[in-house]
Design a protein around this ligand. Structure first.
Ligand SMILES: O=P(O)(O)OC[C@H]1O[C@H](OP(=O)(O)OP(=O)(O)O)[C@H](O)[C@@H]1O
Ligand SMILES: Nc1nc2[nH]cnc2c(=O)[nH]1
Length: 202
């Protein structure tokens, strides 16, 4: 049986709060790309902590990527599928893509497990932005950084660009062992979830 860690909304909120100064100082994001569904809530919480007086909110764009499938009816633990499925992507022909050119883009997800999803997101976004940049004849560099709530300390199947890791453009709020993390937005009984978090949270 895989060990489960229960995380509360409060903990997620505080992890975003604690990470925000480093993100502002080092990544200086102009916009966030949340990987749905798990990246949406942290991205929205983070936006409030990244807000600078007098400046507008940092926009959040969304992509939907799915790799995991539920193992059995009521067990929250899921198994990785064989390929990443795009359930939502940026519109390549629209402002969405040209908005990324020359910007500091922060990719947000809740968990880095096998790293397959993040590898896919970074590769595909870099490729599409480069295509848009060339099409528009622009000469600006787009810089991607990553924020996740939890990174699992394990051998990764997926890989991130060396310059992203070398330049510290990857931030995990917490590094955890290879356990299954249960997030509050997945709970169907939040009171029970919070009870379990109090008993055996991180
Ligand atoms: O590092 P990896 O092994 O790729 O796993 C991480 C991904 O798995 C989860 O997504 P999931 O496929 O469950 O989709 P969901 O967010 O819509 O639930 C999670 O939200 C990450 O995106
Ligand atoms: N909820 C959840 N989703 C995941 N996707 C990959 N690993 C995990 C995990 O530990 N918890």
């Amino acid at each position: 049986m895989v060990e489960k860690y229960y995380v509360t909304y409060n903990q997620v909120h505080k992890l975003c709060q604690e990470a925000a100064p480093r993100i502002l100082n080092d990544f200086k994001p102009n916009l966030m790309i949340a990987i749905g569904g798990g990246g949406y809530v942290p991205a929205r919480i983070l936006r409030s902590f990244l807000k600078q007086p007098g400046a507008p909110n940092i926009p959040i764009q969304a992509i939907g990527l799915s790799l995991y499938e539920q193992l059995s009816g009521n067990d929250p633990v899921e198994a990785p599928g064989t390929k990443v499925t795009r359930t939502q992507w940026l519109d390549l022909s629209s402002l969405e893509m040209s908005n990324l050119i020359g910007k500091n883009v922060l990719i947000v997800d809740e968990v880095d497990d096998t790293r397959t999803t993040l590898e896919y997101a970074v590769k595909e976004l870099e490729k599409d932005v480069e295509t848009a940049r060339k099409q528009q004849g622009r000469d600006e560099t787009t810089t991607f950084s990553i924020f996740v709530l939890h990174n699992k300390d394990k051998n990764k199947k997926g890989h991130l660009p060396a310059n992203m890791l070398d330049n510290n453009r990857y931030l995990a709020a917490v590094t955890v062992p290879d356990v299954w993390i249960c997030y509050p937005w997945e709970a169907t009984d939040i009171e029970e979830h919070d009870r379990l978090a109090a008993e055996r949270g991180i």
